[in-house]
Design a protein around this ligand. Structure first.
Ligand code: APR
Length: 280
């Protein structure tokens, strides 16, 4: 072979070939890894998309830098910008997307080993995926507590504070510390559940990475824990995280709902998926 011919990365697998692999190998240990891109179709902005991303639209909060809104030391000084934003992001107003329903369909078919999500919108749960099948690596709005004494704060009082854009303070009189939802801020440790489950990608017989820029560690390392000979499917607007570097990688670049529909077509699950989404 002429020396100067660039190595052609043979994507040994198309999505149809992955669907064949799923059927032929009785795949049942699928690990899904998702980010904000699977919730944009629900109306929740992602973080880093150039025009529409959250970080491009926080100017009104006069932050020193965009990610400060989720930074624990900035929050201690000034919790107001976060509570402005929380009012918009708070779960309950949004419906799961067809991508969330696809994760639930994998679960219903007994094929989901674990769904790792970076999202705080709880839409995987709302799509029907049971809590023990999900690792909310960056926490969620589901619970909240005082950042000083860690006393849990009542849900009803939190909902009220968020709807009024008020900053809630600790229920313990003598404390009075700031209350924050159990979302992992920059500068905070990830939940123990993330560390307990981080060996699962190595046990997967199929990995599906959807709607994430894979820019935030340690979540961004998960795809690299998947075994070399296990297919990794990226469903994302852009190529990220070194996906495509392995012969068994498949890149479905474009809108994730369309990519999921294409995958469902190849699996023969399209009707089931669409009817599940109608009911979501
Ligand atoms: N279809 C497919 N891909 C999409 C879509 C869509 N409809 N919308 C956005 N994307 C892609 C973007 O191209 C980008 O690659 O999803 C990715 C979203 O990346 P980010 O906005 O960085 O979101 P995410 O990866 O979840 O961010 C990770 O950063 O701010 C922290 O803690 C926060 O969990 C968040 C973490």
């Amino acid at each position: 072979v002429a020396e100067d011919v660039p190595p052609v990365t043979l994507y040994a697998r198309t999505i149809e070939a992955v669907a064949d692999y799923v059927k032929k190998n009785n795949v049942k240990r699928v690990v899904v890894m998702t980010g904000a891109g699977i919730s944009t179709a629900a109306g929740i902005p992602d973080f880093r998309s150039p025009k529409t991303g959250l970080y491009a639209n926080l100017a009104r909060l006069n932050l020193p830098y965009a990610e400060a809104v989720f930074d624990i030391s900035f929050f201690r000084q000034n919790p107001r910008p976060f509570y402005e934003l929380a009012h918009e992001l708070y779960p309950g107003k949004y419906r799961p997307t067809i991508s969330h329903c696809f994760v639930n369909l994998l679960h219903k078919k007994g094929m989901l080993l674990k769904a790792f999500t970076q999202n705080i919108d709880c839409l995987e749960r709302e799509a029907g995926v049971p809590g023990d099948a999900i690792v909310e690596a960056h926490g969620s709005f589901a619970t909240q507590r005082c950042i000083d004494c860690h006393t849990e704060y009542p849900d009803a009082k939190m909902k009220e504070a968020i709807s009024k854009k008020e900053v809630p303070h600790c229920a313990q009189q003598e404390c009075g510390g700031l209350v924050k939802p159990d979302i992992v801020f920059f500068g905070e440790a990830l939940p123990e559940a993330f560390h307990r489950n981080r060996s699962l990608p190595a046990q997967a017989d199929l990995a599906i990475i959807m709607g994430t820029s894979l820019t935030v560690q340690p979540f961004a390392s998960l795809p690299s824990f998947v075994q070399e000979d296990t297919p990794r499917v990226l469903i994302n607007l852009e190529r990220v995280g070194g996906l495509g570097s392995r012969a068994d990688d498949v890149l479905l670049l474009g809108d994730c709902d369309e990519g999921v529909r294409k995958f469902a077509d190849a699996l023969g699950w399209r009707e089931e998926l669409e009817s599940m989404w109608e009911k979501a």
